[in-house]
Write a new protein. Sequence first.
Length: 259
Amino acid sequence: MSLSSAVQSDRVAELNESGYTVFPGVFSQDEIARMRSFLEKKLDDRTEQMAQGNSSLALLDIYSRYRETRWILYHEGMNAILRRLLDVSMPVNLRAATLLHQKSAYWHNETMDFEDVGYDFHRKPGCIMLQTVIYLQDNVGEYGAALEVDGGSHHLPDPFIPLATARDYRAKNSRSPETRCGDLLIFDWRLAHKATPGNEGLPGVGRKLGIFSSYTNEVKYAKLYHEFLDSTDRFPYMHGLTPPPELIEEAAEHSIIVL
Ligand SMILES: O=C(O)CCC(=O)C(=O)O
Ligand SMILES: [Fe+2]
């Protein structure tokens, strides 16, 4: 689906002001069904669950590990949006796209761990770091969302530092953006957010699954982030994840930089 440029400008404004936005209907229902059926099988596969960073709740680094998922990374509807938001012709994909089933049900942002050890590039003008989320079920009804966000919190000094205080966070502007199958949720890495429970008890609603992937506008920011990952012992499962050369090449043909 192509969105009119006026609607796109509203989304850009919402992302800047509130720190998140939802692009409706980026993926077809058929595409969402393909993602779910392939990834659920892998998630339930005991051998897959043993791989570095994987469990019965998460599959790490899916584009490197499962070539059957790479079409998602190359999806033109999503990538047109990313080019627009990042204002570059080749968005930079960060290590490592992950399928998640219920995680991080506490307030956090994606920058606190590296800000805590002294990195500040993500607070400087010019740097954009975005999380994309493709939820594989409608999230409406009782909980009304897949994610809860504290709107506008990305503009404030990091409230989670020192990290020991993170669990005491009280959101000031908590909202639950409604997402339906096929929508693309995008939020700023600095935004305070947490997962909401799934609605899987309801008829017709599957287990709560979301594909999380991250992008930045310049290679130098990705390199700084990867340098942090390789140097910290907080996320040992993120060490040494190197995309296969054919993924790097194929992604480049689709105007996506993978490193
Ligand atoms: O599982 C979710 O919906 C949120 C996960 C999340 O925010 C994270 O892993 O950083
Ligand atoms: Fe997060």
